[in-house]
Design a protein around this ligand. Structure first.
Ligand SMILES: [Zn+2]
Ligand SMILES: [Zn+2]
Length: 138
């Protein structure tokens, strides 16, 4: 029986190393996007460049996507099973200004936008800001 984490890595053509399995597990346990800083805080024994390379490998292999939520720190979140990281797979993100967590809003895709003639879109960075359910009071 293969470990489901190993299987997920294999499915994305990523060689499952101990570090990669741990990082994947961490990403799966969080329901918000994570930054390199938060990874560092949870993996004291690993050095930053190893963690950074792990994230970059995951991103290249379309296991995670990066989110620029305007906080100055890149965040990373797991892609959906069906994601090919093409424009059609992109979704809105929500940044909570109270807990500073960033969430994927995967239930709807970004609608296609009418662009001026000659313009072509290659990337969408749509981050909504507000207060998440957890932080909303009363
Ligand atoms: Zn919040
Ligand atoms: Zn996302």
């Amino acid at each position: 029986m293969q470990n489901p984490l190993e299987e997920k890595l294999n499915n994305n053509n990523i060689k499952p190393t101990a570090m990669r399995i741990l990082v994947l597990q961490y990403l799966m346990e969080k329901n918000a996007a994570v930054s390199l800083k938060s990874l560092e805080a949870s993996f004291h024994k690993a050095d930053t460049s190893t963690l950074y390379r792990t994230l970059k490998t995951f991103e290249e292999k379309k296991l995670i996507h990066s989110i620029d939520d305007g906080t100055g720190q890149m965040k990373y979140a797991l892609c959906l099973e069906t994601c090919n990281c093409v424009l059609a797979d992109q979704h809105y993100h929500f940044h909570c200004t109270v807990c500073e967590e960033t969430f994927c809003l995967t239930s709807q895709n970004i609608p296609s936008i009418e662009l001026p003639k000659g313009f072509s879109m290659t990337q969408a960075n749509l981050v909504l800001k507000g207060v998440c359910a957890h932080c909303e009071v009363g």
